[in-house]
Design a protein around this ligand. Structure first.
Ligand code: ADP
Length: 454
């Protein structure tokens, strides 16, 4: 049984894992970079070990140092959180071979779903619809143009090794394709060290709707409903909610079944997410599987009452899931706003620095997952997300009104944040009507005066 967990991450997710472990009576070891000495997860974990310099490549991405720390502190499991090494099959394999449990899927499943071409092929064979596209990476511009024409413009060029919305370019005709193809390859090479790209039909104004999967090591796979993550800027999620205002009970059922089939095809274990794009007619297409816990997992926790981090630990322990699909009950509505240290009035410029006053909202139906506090200096080296505000209500309307209220109470002085932007969205009629697609943010930013966001 797991007695002590190393948390190979930082920020709010590290704190989230500390909290789950503490409630389970499991000891925690934080690892941190020199830039994160002040971080709350370091202070709240039972033990902490510094693993290197501020850059992620010198610390949170150093599998060797993390495994050494695990051995020195005698932990029996590692929780990777999201980002960093969470979807690194080699790291999961190293943990497995050192007899340290990796709290996540088997390295084989990570490898399979981490290669988007193999992932698409695997789920397609299991009968799950995928976006039409190239059968795998495209080798040359000539071949790529041929495929693009065959699929029909517009097309999207995506990095095989992509993630976090990076390495994606859209082309509307042969001329723009020739340019975007090389831009995409260059970006992919720079961001992921792998320039391989593939091509998909570009679905116009889709919704991004994903299903949370939970699977144990005894072959039980079930889903915990969906999250609508259509509010994105540059393919990066800003707001997520559950249930989706778009899904009908019938579509939800069909997509849930498809998600379970996709996870089964990957012989999946632990928590994971199946992402779909859904067009205006309700056609849905698998785009990828995320083989880790996601930033937006709390909205699922709030509507199902299931603690996903605890379930991840139980599954890693080899326990059977304590419930069946029919036992999963959905109640009310939950919405999450990502609070980033960015200035939405100045094209989302990063705004690191020291927080002056920090006051987080409270009251009925308000949850804040954040590692920030008064006097905390946000290091410039990492992701700009400094917290998540999750509001729940009996209906979507109540949840949105609550989010607006909580955002008005949330005080973070000394730096710029996305709080005012979220407040404006919560009051926007199109969003309130549940009509947001992935094209929403561009439209919203285009028609809203940016001084509303300061
Ligand atoms: P990543 O791995 O970088 O997160 P995804 O494949 O999950 O990339 O796509 C992220 C976002 O990009 C989607 O939520 C959607 O907004 C957009 N996107 C991806 N593929 C398509 C497509 N074929 N058509 C339209 N939009 C797409």
């Amino acid at each position: 049984m797991i007695q002590k967990v190393l948390i190979a991450n930082r920020g709010e997710i590290a704190l989230r894992i500390v909290r789950a472990c503490r409630e389970l009576g499991i000891k925690t070891l934080a690892v941190y970079s020199e830039a994160d000495v002040q971080s709350l997860h370091v202070q709240l974990a039972d033990e902490a070990i510094c693993i290197g310099g501020p850059k992620s490549s010198d610390s949170y991405l150093r599998a060797d140092r993390i495994i050494s720390a695990a051995e020195i502190a005698d932990v029996d499991a590692i929780h990777p959180g999201y980002g960093f090494l969470s979807e690194n099959a080699k790291f999961a394999e190293q943990c497995e071979s050192c007899n340290i449990k990796f709290i996540g899927p088997k390295s084989k499943s990570i490898k399979m779903m981490g290669d988007k071409a193999i992932a698409k092929d695997t789920v397609r064979k299991a009968g799950v619809p995928i976006v039409p596209g190239s059968d795998g990476p495209v080798e040359s511009e000539t071949e790529a143009v041929k495929i693009a024409r065959k699929i029909g413009y517009p097309v999207i060029i995506k990095a095989v090794a992509g993630g976090g919305g990076r390495g994606m370019r859209i082309a509307h005709n042969d001329v723009s394709f020739a340019k975007e193809y090389y831009v995409a390859r260059g970006e992919a090479e720079k961001a992921f060290g792998n320039g391989a790209v593939y091509i998909e039909k570009y679905i116009e104004k889709p919704r991004h709707i994903e299903f949370q999967i939970l699977a144990d090591s005894h072959g039980h796979v079930l889903h915990l409903g969906e999250r609508d993550c259509s509010v994105q800027r540059r393919h990066q999620k800003l707001i997520e909610e559950s249930p989706s205002p778009f899904l009908t009970p019938d579509l939800r059922k069909r997509m849930g079944k498809a998600a379970v089939k996709a996870a089964e095809a990957a012989a999946y274990e632990n928590a994971g997410t199946i992402e779909f794009l859904v067009d205006a007619k309700g056609n849905f297409y698998f785009i990828e599987m995320n083989t880790r816990i996601q930033v937006e997992h709390p909205v699922t926790e709030e509507v199902t009452g299931i603690d996903l981090i605890k379930e991840q630990i139980r599954v890693a322990n080899g326990e059977k899931l304590g419930f069946d699909q029919g036992d999963v009950k959905f109640e009310g509505h939950a919405i999450e706003c990502r609070i980033n240290a960015e200035d939405p009035a100045r094209n989302f410029a990063p705004s690191p620095g020291t927080i002056g006053l920090y006051y987080s909202p409270g009251g009925h139906g308000v949850r804040v997952d954040s590692h920030a506090y008064s006097g905390y200096a946000i290091p410039p080296y990492y992701d700009s997300m400094i917290g998540k505000l999750i509001c729940t209500g009996s209906t979507r309307k109540v949840a949105l009104e609550r989010a607006y209220r909580a955002l008005s109470e949330y005080l973070i002085r000394g730096i710029k944040t996305t709080i005012p932007l979220h407040r404006a969205i919560m009051a926007d009629p199109i969003f309130i009507e549940g009509k947001a697609t992935t094209a929403y943010m561009e439209d919203f930013l285009g028609r809203t005066a940016s001084d509303l966001f300061t």
